[in-house]
Design a protein around this ligand. Structure first.
Ligand code: ATP
Ligand code: MG
Length: 283
């Protein structure tokens, strides 16, 4: 049986209307694994695109769960199905077999490209999901102000995307995703196009907001060090078709430096496994 039962709103050009926000998460649980019900439960999921000779098996028997408040990073070779897995969790695609559930939680999606409306200001872009949720004008203005402040863009509310740097645009996209009051944030290589310094700042910013607000994150990246910098766990997918090869717990104290000895050492161990898998596939 295939099933997706989450409500999804998108950080993309056509944000789907989402139900009115419920109470905000009460904060990050001390032990995310202690909660009985996972925020995301992926069970024995396979996904095939197309039919017959031209069919592509993108995912094969993937099982993975993410606890409330947990930050899980997904790595794997290009084409192994990472984006496909996020699309399944977001409900943009349906699994061919298996089940995907986020227990009715609000899910937001942030892509590598910020996908802002060019004719809207930063504030208007961030306001979109609030409008879709029927948040009144006054409350909306306050929320937008707070959200832009939270990503350190308080002074840029009236700028249009072309007047902002790449890092600023990505921060507007983050604020827009946060405006959805999501309990699950899906991020597909959101900082991949940024320079190292801007990316470091955004790691810090995202980590701070995540720790305060307590949502769950499923974060796709090519960068093993970025995964170790951010994740409570780093999940390695096999080359296509994607399967879970290994699930690494990252027990390094936060906040972590992307260039700290511990991060680099752990990333090297994981990278070795990733390289083995890539070499196994090409040889
Ligand atoms: N809509 C689609 N129709 C047909 N094939 C698709 C579709 N989406 C993805 N695929 C195929 O599924 C496989 C997995 O793609 P996916 O985009 O999930 O990989 P990925 O791990 O995100 O890769 P990358 O790291 O390069 O972003 C690829 O072979 C891709 O061609
Ligand atoms: Mg991808």
């Amino acid at each position: 049986m295939s099933q997706t039962d989450q409500r999804t709103s998108l950080d993309g050009p056509s944000p789907a209307p989402v139900p009115a926000p419920g109470p905000a998460p009460a904060g990050r649980p001390a032990d995310p694994g202690a909660s009985a019900e996972p925020a995301i439960q992926i069970t024995d999921v396979s996904k095939t695109f197309g039919k017959g000779q031209s069919a592509t098996v993108a995912l094969d028997g993937v099982s993975l769960s993410v606890a409330p408040g947990e930050f899980v990073c997904l790595i794997g070779a290009s084409g192994c199905g990472k984006s496909t897995l996020l699309s399944l969790v977001a409900g943009l695609e349906a699994p061919t077999s298996g089940t995907v559930s986020s227990g009715g939680r609000r899910v937001a999606f942030m892509f590598q490209e910020p996908a802002l409306f060019p004719w809207y200001t930063a504030a208007q872009n961030v306001a979109l999901p609030l409008r879709a949720n029927g948040v009144g004008r006054k409350e909306r203005q306050k929320r937008v102000r707070d959200l832009l402040e939270s990503v350190h863009l308080g002074g840029f509310a009236d700028k249009r995307p072309h007047e902002l740097s790449g890092g600023m645009r990505q921060r507007v996209a983050l604020a827009r995703a946060l405006a959805q009051d999501a309990e699950v944030l899906l991020m597909d290589e959101p900082f991949g196009a940024l320079d190292a310094m801007t990316r470091d700042l955004l790691h810090e910013l995202l980590e701070g907001i995540w720790r305060r607000q307590g949502f769950s994150v499923l974060f796709v990246t090519h960068e093993v060090r970025e995964a170790v910098r951010l994740g409570d766990r780093v999940v390695l997918l096999s080359s296509r078709p994607g399967r879970v090869l290994e699930d690494f717990g990252i027990g390094i104290e936060r906040p972590r430096g992307i260039d700290s000895g511990q991060t680099v050492e752990r990333a090297l161990q994981i990278k070795e496994k990733l390289n083995e898998e890539v070499m196994r596939h090409v040889s």
